[in-house]
Design a protein around this ligand. Structure first.
Ligand SMILES: [Mn+2]
Length: 398
């Protein structure tokens, strides 16, 4: 135990262990309130001062900003909606919806994922107690709305998605992508690779499923993103890390590809037996071996189906939410992260918004750990972003 982890009670009793809660209470005192005060002033200006009977004079007549949580227009965390997407580079983080579910092979509905996640994100404040983070005070966040996807046409949707993600990524804003089914993993990575020049990206993939087969039902479906992403020179398969794989829904064609390409898989039992910290080491070591940045693809179904019923292929026996969030947090803190996608949230199959809430948690925790590790706010464009778009070096698939 270090000196830091001890504290003395005011009456001089013997030292006791510093709890996380005590640390959190202290951390909060260091957070500014500037962002909050700006939100209040803007609210009073745009939303008019409240009726005379309202004693709290920070309340406007028209709801503007965070409060009340049940009111307002549902962008993610009620961040400003950036209608002019040419200005996305003015923000540290851009939330991008990808309402595409034409790649599903069982339950559809993830086209409503972005809206479902936005809706329940209204429940969250920008502050996290244990981490001592207040996103409103520490970063600038915008919601650019959704990519215009083309229903019933994966390939045209993929082209739209790659173009949109390339635009956001090259602007310098950190892209957080809300799917959508997992077929979008290929065009999102392809969009990022367009602006990597000769740099490389490792993919850390949380999932119960391998998603590595070439085609499914004769198309590039949500079972196929990594086969195609790993064909891009900037995203080698040796840097694909797959956490939480297992159960009765893993297609054997995909397993064959993982074996041939030597991807890095840990099952839930592997993670339990080696321990969470060793699993983090495994993931970072493999994903960062010879690469310049790490892309995180978080399929919500990596978590046990009991916690995430609103998903395309629910599978019992997955990670506990606490385990998944721990792994994610430690990975984000130690890797140069170039983007996050959260996929397979299907609100029509959800119950009490619980699956969408889990996705909100994944997004907010990622932002917090990016702040804690000094990756956000960005002082300058990340060194792995290449200004010019280069076509990905891979034979076109037809
Ligand atoms: Mn999956």
């Amino acid at each position: 135990m270090t000196e830091d982890s001890l504290f003395r009670s005011p009456n001089g009793d013997s030292p006791q262990r510093q709890t996380e809660a005590n640390r959190a209470l202290e951390l909060e005192t260091h957070l500014p309130l500037t962002g909050w005060q700006q939100e209040v002033s803007r609210g009073l200006e745009y939303g008019l001062e409240a009726a005379e009977s309202i004693r709290d004079r920070t309340i406007p007549t028209f709801s503007r900003g965070e409060l009340p949580h049940y009111a307002g227009i549902n962008t993610f965390l009620k961040a400003p909606y950036l209608e002019d997407v040419r200005r996305v580079g003015e923000y540290d983080v851009a939330i991008v919806g990808v309402p595409h579910d034409s790649g599903t092979t069982y339950r559809p509905g993830t086209r409503f994922g972005p809206q479902g996640i936005r809706r329940i994100s209204a429940l969250y404040t920008p502050y996290n107690f244990e981490l001592g983070i207040d996103l409103r005070e520490q970063i600038t966040l915008c919601d650019v709305g959704d990519i215009f996807t083309i229903p019933a046409n994966n390939e045209k949707s993929f082209d739209q998605i790659s173009k949109g993600i390339a635009h956001v990524f090259s602007s310098g804003a950190f892209p957080i992508i809300m799917g959508g089914d997992h077929s979008i993993g290929y065009p999102t990575v392809r969009g990022i690779c367009r602006h990597l020049g000769d740099k490389k990206v490792g993919i850390i993939h949380f999932d119960r499923h391998v998603d590595t087969q070439e085609t499914d039902l004769d198309e590039r479906m949500h079972t196929c993103p990594w086969f195609h992403a790993n064909n891009i020179k900037n995203a080698p398969p040796k840097n694909l890390v797959q956490l939480g794989i297992g159960g009765w829904q893993v297609p054997r064609q995909g397993v064959k590809v993982c074996r041939e390409r030597n991807t890095n898989i840990l099952t839930v039992t592997d993670i339990m037996e080696m321990g969470l910290d060793a699993a983090v080491e495994f993931a970072l070591e493999r994903a960062m071996d010879g690469t310049d940045c790490v892309y995180i693809s978080f399929d919500i179904d990596c978590i046990d189906a009991g916690f995430v019923p609103g998903t395309g292929w629910p599978e019992p026996g997955g990670l506990m939410p606490r385990e998944a969030l721990y792994l994610l947090g430690k990975i984000v803190q130690r890797a140069p992260v170039c983007g996050l996608e959260i996929v397979e949230v299907s609100p029509p199959y959800d119950i009490s918004d619980i699956t969408s809430l889990m996705a909100t948690r994944v997004i907010c925790d990622t932002m917090a750990h990016l702040v804690l590790s000094g990756q956000l706010p960005r002082k300058e464009k990340a060194s792995f972003i290449h200004p010019e778009a280069t076509p990905e070096l891979v034979a076109e698939w037809s």
